[in-house]
Design a protein around this ligand. Structure first.
Ligand code: MG
Length: 517
């Protein structure tokens, strides 16, 4: 699709037309190294020259992780950034490709802007492109062509500098030297060079701490998505008796993270909660946090910590842009979502390596491996068991009918009992943004139980066909003898109640979820 004549060009022209940047503006350009990255960069550079851009800052080799690009936009006061990636989706000639567009804040373009770009892409009938020779993307330095400058910049240094300000590198260096073992897997994607430089060169971790560190156009055939299903090899590693103290991975463009400890995968909700409970270990957060946010379906583990520590708390709809408004207004310092995304006010994107560094800092400061830190956290704050059950529904109409029937029932659910537990409250989540006052309706259905359980239903339409019903279950357990239950015992009746309440099998024929994460 992207390789057909004029396709990429038309879309990029639609971006330039919509943006209407001032003459001579600077933009940041890079990608996650997937198939077609280099060719697309050459095209975009030539188009930038013809569209009145003054300077394009390009990651060496065409590489820039999403959080590093976000940081570079801010540090260099660029007017915008173009990031070539399809995030955690597979790459290669038959894989995915995409264009992400970020504004001067370093954050993703707001929906009005992306809608406008899309509308323009349907009517654009010509594009401007300069006739310039192919640029050597591997050679750092400035190339000046009349009033147009191309700066090829080493992609890691500025990002690494920011990380050094946030975390206690000296402490982490000593811990990695003496007693802490790290296993980071870049999944053949963009974080490889970042991890090598930061973990090995700057923090002194042994070379064999970083795996699959050379970005490949097809990610070596791996699905570069750090979750227990697509990165099952890391779960297997964690289950070994002599597993490293901290195991971690990041996705194709470096914004997601997965943290594992000996014998466990740390749920993203727990990860955020544990970060909030340990901000005092990291120099960048020691002076306090203004607030914390999680997306609505994310486990409520962080709620308990925020309440005990007296930190302002926000529950937002799914979608990173809701965090961005709060970050811009300095209303929050930390935020996270269940789909393996966590970050802070240091950038406007989620940030995979930042999360790993935060964990390394905690492990080094507490001098405990990940699994012990998690268990001690549960003992203090309770454990919020969490599970996401995805039902892939090929027929979109069936999915819509099921959600409609469920929506019609929501008002009558409170006061009823399901699988021995009383429903105390049920609603359709609506969010009023405290910063811009906008309201987002129909953001999922929430059902709360008297025993502390919660079910959330959301229909996700991000696939290219069909729909996915996501059922999120969570339940907080404070009884010290019930902190290590098998998932089925902790959440089994909640799962059965969810299937019943939504009549999933009746509407879709699906007797079991397609995936459990
Ligand atoms: Mg991503």
């Amino acid at each position: 699709m992207f390789q057909q004549p004029h396709y990429l060009e038309s879309f990029v022209q639609a971006i330039f037309d919509t943006l209407d940047l001032p003459e001579g503006a600077t933009i940041v350009l890079g990608g996650d190294g997937r198939y077609y990255n280099r060719q697309a960069i050459q095209t975009i550079i030539a188009m930038a020259a013809a569209n009145g851009i003054g300077k394009v800052i390009v990651g060496q080799g065409g590489l820039l992780s999403t959080p590093a690009a976000s940081n570079m936009i801010r540090v260099r006061a660029a007017a915008a950034g173009i990031i070539l990636t399809a995030s955690h989706n597979p790459g290669g000639p038959d894989g995915d490709f995409g264009i992400k567009f970020n504004t001067a804040s370093g954050g993703q373009a707001p929906e009005q802007m992306t809608d406008a770009v899309y509308a323009r892409s349907k009517t654009v009938h010509q594009y401007q492109i300069a006739d310039i020779a192919e640029i050597d993307l591997d050679k750092p330095g400035d190339l000046i062509l009349n009033s147009f400058t191309i700066e090829i910049v080493e992609p890691v240094a500025e990002y690494a500098e920011l990380m050094e300000q946030l975390f206690d590198f000296e402490l982490i260096r000593a811990a990695l030297k003496n007693n802490i073992t790290l296993h980071f897997d870049a999944l053949n994607a963009v974080t490889g060079p970042y991890a090598r430089k930061i973990f090995c060169d700057l923090l002194g971790a042994p070379e064999d701490s970083v795996h699959n560190a050379i970005p490949k156009e097809d990610f070596g055939g791996l699905h570069p998505d750090p979750n227990p299903v697509d990165a099952a090899h890391l779960v297997d590693l964690a289950m070994q008796a002599d597993a490293p103290d901290l195991i971690a991975a990041s996705d194709g463009d470096g914004d997601r993270n997965m943290i594992l400890g000996r014998g466990m995968v740390v749920s993203p909700g727990d990860s955020l909660a544990i970060m909030l409970a340990n901000t005092d270990v990291a120099p960048g957060y020691r002076s306090g946090v203004t607030g914390v946010a999680r997306s609505m379906p994310t486990s409520r583990a962080v709620d308990t910590v925020a309440e005990e520590l007296g930190v302002s708390f926000y529950e937002t709809p799914t979608g990173w842009r809701f965090f961005c408004n709060l970050l811009e207004a300095n209303a929050i310092t930390l935020c996270g979502e269940e789909s393996f995304g966590t970050s802070s006010s240091h950038t406007r994107e989620k940030d995979g390596l930042w999360a790993v560094l935060f964990w390394l800092n905690i492990v080094a400061a507490l001098d405990q491996p990940v699994d012990q830190i998690v268990r001690k956290h549960w003992e203090r704050f309770g454990r919020c068991y969490f599970q996401r059950r995805d039902y892939f529904i090929p027929d979109v109409d069936q999915a819509a009918e099921m959600m409609q029937a469920l929506t019609d029932r929501v008002g009558a659910l409170a006061g009823t009992t399901q699988y021995g537990a009383a429903i105390t409250h049920a609603d359709i989540f609506s969010y009023k943004d405290p910063i811009d006052g906008s309201t987002s309706k129909n953001q999922g259905i929430r059902i709360y139980f008297a025993d502390g359980g919660r079910i959330v239903f959301r229909l996700s339409g991000t696939g290219t066909s069909g729909a996915t019903l996501r059922v999120y279950l969570d339940k907080t357990e404070k009884d010290i003898d019930r902190l290590e239950l098998p998932m089925d015992q902790a959440l089994g009746s909640l799962a059965a109640a969810a299937a019943d309440i939504a009549a999933i099998e009746k509407f879709t024929g699906l007797g079991a979820p397609t995936a459990i994460i």
